[in-house]
Design a protein around this ligand. Structure first.
Ligand code: TRP
Length: 323
């Protein structure tokens, strides 16, 4: 059985792009009984950027609530909060002593942050080593990540072989698993949906706010009567990702025929979202108003994760000469 592990950034409530592009595929994969899957919320990585305790805590909960609402089963997936397994910081130190300084200094994501951020702390610099520890600590075979994380995986593999070459086979060599069908979900302005572009659809908003969110989707200025092009319209593109086939066809015909305004198309999209995600919205709200239940679910994962983590650390300490 292959162990598949991945970390999720906790940067706030997951949006429709995260849900369709990451959450749904990851949950499908973890429900496949051929896989032994580990999934964690990378809240220690978040500290490189987020110093507000309330925000940090809230971000972990919104992410956890969203994943659970979409059917993540904690009995099938080891689902935990990175900071609940402090063993990872100990391993980070050991690994950092096997990480060439220039490898981190030349990492693209680090150089990019050097250019962009006003304050660059050492955590930003060590980010890839903490990530390597996340992976190595759990003997992961495969690590599903986006293309932007590929270099971090290469660093992880380099550190793994440096350690193994020196002390003998101590760690499992992980392999990246890049998802090929990178689904690009358009945001309300037509660019890729992303928090940093301020163009997200947040399906977990209260009904009226969600309607307003959908009504903000950018369209051209065609009148109700005019025929419209569905293939260049953001409303139609998003609708096509959510509705059933025959409904999509019906909508396409309404565009081509004319007589349907964008307001009406948006209202149909809004109703579709409300219906499609009715159960998930309710579950999300349930978890967000019962934080102790969320904590309980995360603890199930943390307990399982710590068992694997302490076994790995035992091996490492012995190899290094501490026991
Ligand atoms: N850095 C990853 C990201 O930005 C998140 C992450 C942290 C991760 N630790 C990991 C991903 C370990 C895979 C494995 O998306």
């Amino acid at each position: 059985m292959a162990r598949i592990l991945t970390g999720i950034q906790s940067t706030g409530i997951p949006h429709l792009g995260n849900i369709l592009g990451a959450i749904k595929p990851a949950i499908d994969m973890s429900n496949d009984s051929k896989n032994d899957s580990f999934l964690f919320i990378a809240d220690m990585h978040s500290l490189t950027a987020i110093k507000d305790a309330g925000v940090l805590r809230e971000n972990t909960y919104t992410v956890a609530a969203a994943w659970l609402a979409f059917g993540l089963d904690v009995n099938k997936t080891v689902f935990y909060r990175q900071s609940d397994v402090p063993e990872v910081t100990e391993l980070t130190w050991y690994l950092s002593c096997f990480t060439p300084y220039p490898m981190l200094a030349n990492a693209v994501s680090f150089k990019d942050k050097l250019d962009r951020l006003s304050e660059v702390n050492a955590g930003v610099f060590l980010y890839p080593v903490l990530m390597a520890a996340d992976i190595i600590l759990y003997d992961a075979n495969y690590v599903p990540v986006g293309k932007d994380q590929l270099q971090h995986l290469e660093i992880t593999r380099d550190i793994t072989s440096a350690f193994n070459n020196h002390y003998g086979e101590t760690f499992v060599m992980p392999e990246p698993k890049i998802s090929e069908q990178v689904m690009i979900i358009p945001g309300i302005d037509g660019q890729k949906m992303s928090k940093s572009y301020n163009n997200i659809i947040n399906i977990f908003l209260p009904e009226n706010d969600l309607r307003k969110n959908v009504m903000k989707i950018v369209t051209d200025a065609k009148t109700v009567e005019e025929p419209k092009n569905p293939d260049t319209c953001n409303v139609f593109k998003i609708y096509s990702l959510l509705a059933d086939k025959d409904k999509i066809e019906e909508m396409r015909n309404n565009y081509l025929r004319g007589g349907m305004g964008y307001g009406q198309a948006k209202e149909t999209l809004f109703v579709t979202i409300m219906e499609k995600y009715n159960k998930e919205r309710a579950l999300y709200n349930h978890y967000m108003s019962n934080i102790d239940e969320l904590d309980k679910q995360l603890k199930i994962g943390a307990d399982k994760a710590r068992i694997v983590a302490s076994a790995t650390l035992k091996r490492v300490r012995k190899a290094i000469g501490y026991s």
